[in-house]
Design a protein around this ligand. Structure first.
Ligand SMILES: CC(C)(COP(=O)(O)OP(=O)(O)OC[C@H]1O[C@@H](n2cnc3c(N)ncnc32)[C@H](O)[C@@H]1OP(=O)(O)O)[C@@H](O)C(=O)NCCC(=O)NCCS
Length: 146
């Protein structure tokens, strides 16, 4: 049984699970303090997906109508549909808050995530040159909600 929850308060077990999942990706750099700040900030939401009560993914997003941005998403294991379910939650929440499009930026070499976003309706809209480590481009993507 899977379910999605909003993280509303500081819970060290949840934060450790998020850090464990983040550690599986070379593209996600998060610390305990950053996660705490995201949980406590009124314009950021941290959501987790659980399978049989085990945390298997998280999504951190910024939502201040009319804007919404994906900050981080990661799942472990991958390719089980957890990422798609986290995005579906975000799309509903964004629509309920009168957000008309969602944006994100992505390391140019992160082809797995790029394909994932393209398959879920995002389009490439721009490139930010040398955005990561003053070396790698960021691809800016957007999904229009209707
Ligand atoms: C990008 C990322 C979040 C995608 O999450 P995910 O959970 O693997 O995504 P999903 O499982 O929903 O979809 C991926 C593929 O799994 C497959 N899939 C979906 N449901 C499935 C299921 N029930 N069983 C088997 N395969 C399934 C689909 O083929 C899908 O591919 P498609 O888009 O061609 O349809 C994940 O790869 C990840 O954690 N990457 C590392 C972190 C990262 O780079 N994040 C982005 C930058 S912040």
């Amino acid at each position: 049984m899977e379910n999605i929850e909003i993280v509303n308060s500081i819970d060290n077990n949840i934060i450790d699970s998020i850090l464990f999942i983040a550690s599986k990706s070379e593209y996600i750099h998060l610390s305990k303090d950053y996660i705490k700040q995201y949980i406590e900030d009124e314009y950021h939401k941290v959501i987790i997906i659980k399978n049989e009560n085990i945390i298997v993914g998280f999504l951190i997003y910024f939502l201040l109508s009319p804007d919404a941005d994906i900050i981080f998403i990661a799942t472990y294991p991958n390719d089980k549909g957890y990422g798609k379910k986290l995005l579906s939650y975000l799309f509903k929440d964004a629509k309920n808050n009168n957000v008309s499009s969602i944006k994100l930026d992505l390391h140019e070499n992160n082809t797995k995530a790029k394909d994932f976003y393209l398959n879920n309706g995002f389009k490439k809209i721009a490139v930010r040159k040398k955005y990561y480590d003053n070396q790698f481009n960021a691809v800016i993507m957007e999904k229009e909600l209707n």
